[in-house]
Design a protein around this ligand. Structure first.
Ligand code: MN3
Length: 209
């Protein structure tokens, strides 16, 4: 069994970028439902008792699409909560240098991230990732995840309408701009960059929530 991880801050902590009402529904209803579906489907696939990364790998190997989608969503949401913080910050150290190398400036990264997310057709996720030492911005569709990909994810933002519709209606671009400017967790991204450099383990879905 996997467990729904608690939010690392209060429901209202990310206001005004994201309302408490959005966070409550998003975490307590949407994320909870994905976790519940994973436990049901992993049992049916003989994958119960594994950690979530192993369930994702097993679902992929078995071409168990419904399990893979739900497991990807369970992983992505847990990662997403840690990609946000009420402590507004800015990239520093090696992350700042890596952003400079690939995007020129933080503004360059912001443009690429917001454009990728705003232009993404339908539901999915927009990521900042490190791929063989170089940063990149990419998006995945639906429950698509970087959990078991060679890239190390540094940040992700949810592009499903449930992530922003209550607060921004259909205006995904403004949501992404405000998300990037005010709640992105740069300390977390720096820690993931260190993991990509082999200095410690990358983020994992915690089994004991
Ligand atoms: Mn979501």
């Amino acid at each position: 069994m996997i467990k729904l991880p608690p939010l690392p801050y209060a429901y209202e902590a990310l206001e005004p970028a994201i309302s408490a009402e959005t966070m409550r529904t998003h975490h307590d209803k949407h994320h909870a439902k994905y976790v519940e579906a994973v436990n049901k489907l992993a049992g049916e696939a003989g994958l119960d008792g594994r950690d979530l990364e192993a369930i994702i790998a097993g679902a992929e190997a078995r071409k168990a699409t419904k399990l893979l989608n739900n497991a990807g969503q369970a992983w992505n949401h847990a990662f997403f909560w840690d990609c946000m913080t009420p402590e507004r910050g800015a990239p520093g150290g090696e992350l700042e240098s890596a952003i400079g190398e690939t995007f020129g400036t933080l503004e360059g990264l912001r443009d690429a991230f917001v454009k990728e997310g705003a232009d993404h057709f339908g539901s999915g996720w927009v990521w900042l990732a490190c791929d063989q030492g170089r940063l990149s911005v990419l998006s995945t569709h639906d429950g698509g995840t970087l959990a078991n990909r060679p890239q190390t994810p540094l940040l992700v933002c949810d592009l499903w309408e449930h992530a922003y519709y209550l607060d921004y209606k259909q205006d995904r671009k403004t949501f992404l701009e405000r998300w990037f400017d005010t709640v992105a967790n740069w300390a977390f991204a720096e820690s993931q960059l260190e993991a990509a450099q082999g200095r410690h383990e990358p983020w994992h879905f915690r089994m004991a929530a």
